[in-house]
Write a protein that binds this ligand. Structure first.
Ligand code: HSE
Length: 406
């Protein structure tokens, strides 16, 4: 028998308890032993909830109990999660977490601490919710040199962009509706500004490139400036706009970026809609592969956490991820050196403005939308961000720019 404790009885914590209860037999079978939930830590009381039988309010009860071999941290945030996780690892307890902030900020140290104490620090649920992506990166795909990991890593923004496209609505009204339905947080900043996706791509990049990628180094742009007009243009040319987190390695270096990107139907991420997430991985032997599923939500996330719990229960005194990635920070290419194509909207009539645009950008193919006669758009040739900025500075009337992978 193995005894576990869950820190936090919120959405994910109650999901973990539910998975352990509903799938008790399956979990025990895969763990090779009975898994017993000994404690759930939460400051609140839950009168009438069966969790009361195992509910404790003091973390010391858990950390000082030598019977507890696995601790699930699903409180989120850094305080007090970081201190709690550190103390659990130092006390020889395995830790499974869904906390991307914790992994992005302190993952390097916590992985080393786990190794030093011959236990595990596992975080499958921190990226892509229920999608198995962390374990493939440190296990199934280790025969490959991974040169790209990219994806749609945030369900809230993917839902908003999908709704904007299907309803023709603007960002603010779709966000308000998403908040009403509980698909977006009351404070949506971390999602809509791309910060959540940024932390996730930092974690995935650190694993894929086996070296620590600092999320603070990743250029991050959210979806708040995307308008219904941008989406109309995208639809006119058979493309869609997605919040992409992209991380690539080539002989020029490594770059990572989170931003809205216009993609066409040849891109495997094109059909990933609504709250779904997907992660694309490219390896030198593997070629392309993709992982798709629910990137958030109580039970998908809890399923990933309990998967880690089973992995830990089979390896209680053996660190399956070793020391994790190389702790020396991977230097990312400066934004200015990154190359790509750019979709640009210009105000004014084509007849008046096109000659000036072509003087700066060279010959372009103008794109028009029938109901929007006082503007047009075009997609540039491939150029660096620095070159684009220089040309944009010489161009009047730019209404919007969206990076394009077309
Ligand atoms: N807010 C996140 C999302 C939850 O919308 O994807 C999962 O990390």
């Amino acid at each position: 028998m193995i005894k576990v404790a869950v820190l936090g009885y919120g959405t994910v914590g109650s999901g973990v308890v539910e998975v352990l209860r509903v799938n008790q037999e399956i979990v025990n079978k895969h763990a090779g032993q009975e898994v017993e939930l000994k404690y759930v830590l939460d400051l609140r009381d839950f009168p009438g909830d069966p969790v009361e039988e195992v509910l404790v309010h003091d973390f010391e009860t858990i950390v000082n109990d030598p019977e507890v071999k696995i601790v699930v941290e699903v409180m989120g945030g850094l305080k007090p999660s970081y201190d709690f996780v550190k103390r659990c690892l130092e006390s020889g307890k395995n830790v499974c977490t869904s906390n991307k902030e914790l992994v992005a900020q302190h993952g390097t140290e916590l992985l080393q601490l786990a190794k030093a104490n011959s236990v595990n620090f596992l975080f499958e649920a921190s990226c892509g919710g229920g999608i198995p992506i962390i374990r493939p990166l440190y296990s199934a795909l280790t025969a490959d040199k991974i040169d790209e990991v990219s994806g749609i890593l945030n369900g809230t923004t993917n839902y908003i962009l999908s709704k904007m496209a299907s309803d023709g609505s603007d960002f603010e009204s779709v966000l308000a509706k998403a908040q009403e339905k509980g698909y977006a947080e009351r404070n949506p900043e971390a999602d809509v500004e791309g910060y959540d996706a940024c932390r996730k791509i930092a974690i995935l990049s650190s694993l894929a490139f086996e070296q620590y990628v600092d999320y603070k180094d990743i250029y991050t742009e959210g979806i708040t400036k995307i308008t219904a007009a941008d989406i109309k243009y995208a639809q006119t040319i058979g493309t869609s706009i997605k919040l992409l987190a992209v991380s690539r390695q080539s002989d020029k270096g490594t770059y990572a970026m989170v931003s809205p990107v216009m993609i066409d139907s040849s891109n495997p991420l094109f059909s990933v809609n609504n709250v779904f997430n997907a992660v694309y991985v490219h390896g030198n032997m593997l070629g392309s592969s993709m992982y798709y599923g629910r990137g958030a939500g109580k039970l998908p996330t809890a399923s990933a956490v309990v998967g880690d719990l089973i992995e830990a229960s089979k390896n209680v005194n053996q660190t399956v991820m070793g020391e994790g990635w190389n702790p020396k920070k991977l230097e990312l290419m400066p934004l200015d050196e990154i190359s790509g194509r750019f979709f640009v909207r210009i105000s004014g009539s084509i007849t008046e403005k096109l000659p000036a645009v072509e003087k700066v950008f060279g010959t372009v193919e103008p794109i028009t939308v029938p109901s929007m006669e006082d503007e047009f758009a075009f997609i540039t040739d491939e150029m660096t961000e620095a070159e684009y900025k220089e040309k944009a500075n010489q161009t009047d009337g730019i209404l919007s720019m969206i990076r394009a992978r077309i």
